[in-house]
Design a protein around this ligand. Structure first.
Ligand SMILES: NC(=O)C1=CN([C@@H]2O[C@H](COP(=O)(O)OP(=O)(O)OC[C@H]3O[C@@H](n4cnc5c(N)ncnc54)[C@H](O)[C@@H]3O)[C@@H](O)[C@H]2O)C=CC1
Ligand SMILES: Nc1nc(=O)c2c([nH]1)NC[C@@H]1CN(c3ccc(C(=O)N[C@@H](CCC(=O)O)C(=O)O)cc3)CN21
Length: 301
């Protein structure tokens, strides 16, 4: 493990992880609901450190999880790995003041990066409702972070298959550009299962004058029921080949193998196509990541 230099002068900027020509990797966690889940998370983080990730991230309020434990997870991850950590942050149910309070707390915890999101509508609601005194779109959150917490690196979300609420692909791209212009250092994409969608998206970003690192997000699916659930939640298309391959057998081990093979194939192809890094949605586990990264030459911290 390469120790992380905590002195202000040597603080890595978020974009700089992606500038040395190697493929930097990052792992995304979510706050576990139980003490046992937290213990398992810590053990899996230890195991994931062997791949020399550049940083870990932890979601905030995703799927109705509690927002309070995000910083607790990140504090533990820092303790275990010594690596930089990123907190996701959403505008859901928060005033600008609430968000500033959270950012102050995050800074105190040692968080260096924020994944700045608008956020999903709360469970049971179909549309995002802006909170009085809060923000309507992620670009407003990015702007606030840039003006009041200038030391924090900022990642914003990009959508290779176009965000479900966007009027059209061009408008979605204009809105992504707005987030980058407001101060986003890098783009992390929504998960996708067909790399062609990512390459098309990347070309359009470049044509639109977006010149920050565009980091593909990959979620290795390990069983078909999970794949189906995630695809519908994230509006990601499961290609027919993957669907058919996975449903050939009901066997857990078989489906795990197929899901991991697919993610491994996506990873190898992305590497050949010069991505600056890959963000893995590991869902607090290490088994799929270990199987798919085994023997691959990526990650450099
Ligand atoms: N891609 C990822 O890694 C992750 C994505 N998400 C989810 O993605 C969803 C959206 O979050 P963000 O992408 O941060 O939201 P966003 O605010 O960037 O975009 C939300 C929608 O509003 C539109 N939009 C954005 N800015 C606009 C503006 N200034 N004027 C008019 N329309 C605008 C966008 O085209 C999009 O359809 C949420 O549901 C979030 O929770 C959550 C976690 C991770
Ligand atoms: N619209 C949207 N919202 C998000 O919160 C989100 C995205 N997209 N895209 C990227 C990641 C992926 N996220 C995910 C994806 C799946 C689960 C999920 O299936 N969670 C299960 C437990 C998973 C497991 O243990 O296997 C759960 O029950 O919460 C959670 C967050 C969060 N992020």
């Amino acid at each position: 493990m390469i120790p992380y230099d905590e002195t202000e002068n040597h603080r890595m900027s978020l974009a700089s992880h992606y500038q040395d020509g190697s493929c930097a990797i990052s792992f995304e966690l979510f706050p576990p609901r139980t003490e046992k889940g937290m213990e398992a998370l810590c053990e899996n983080v230890r195991r994931l450190t062997q791949f020399m990730p550049a940083y870990f991230t932890c979601t905030y309020g995703a799927g109705g999880s509690s927002q309070g434990t995000t910083l607790e997870v990140l504090r533990k991850v820092r303790e275990i790995t010594g690596l930089p950590v990123a907190s996701h942050l959403t505008c859901v149910g928060a005033t600008a003041e609430d968000l500033e309070d959270y950012l102050a707390q995050a800074t105190q915890t040692g968080v260096e990066y924020i994944v700045a999101l608008r956020g999903d509508p709360p469970k049971g609601e179909s549309a995002f409702k802006m909170t009085d005194g809060g923000f309507r779109y992620a670009n407003e959150l990015v702007e606030m972070i840039r003006s009041k917490f200038s030391n924090l690196g900022i990642a914003v979300a990009g959508y290779p298959e176009v965000h479900q609420e966007a009027v059209d692909a061009q408008t979605d791209l204009d809105n992504l550009k707005r987030k980058v212009d407001a101060g986003g250092d890098i783009i992390i994409t929504q998960l996708f299962y067909d790399n062609a969608d990512f390459y098309r998206f990347r070309d359009k970003c470049v044509a639109a004058g977006i010149n920050v690192p565009i980091v593909p997000g990959i979620l290795p699916v390990t069983n078909f029921a999970q794949a189906d659930r995630i695809a519908s939640m994230c509006k990601a298309r499961i290609p027919n080949e993957l669907r058919e391959a996975m449903t050939e057998s009901e066997d857990d081990k078989f489906q795990f193998e197929v899901g991991v093979q697919h993610a491994r194939m996506q990873t190898a192809d992305l590497l050949e196509n010069d991505v600056p890094g890959i963000h893995y949605y590991v869902l607090n586990k290490s088994d799929a990541a270990e199987a798919l990264l085994d023997g691959m030459q990526l990650g450099s911290a």
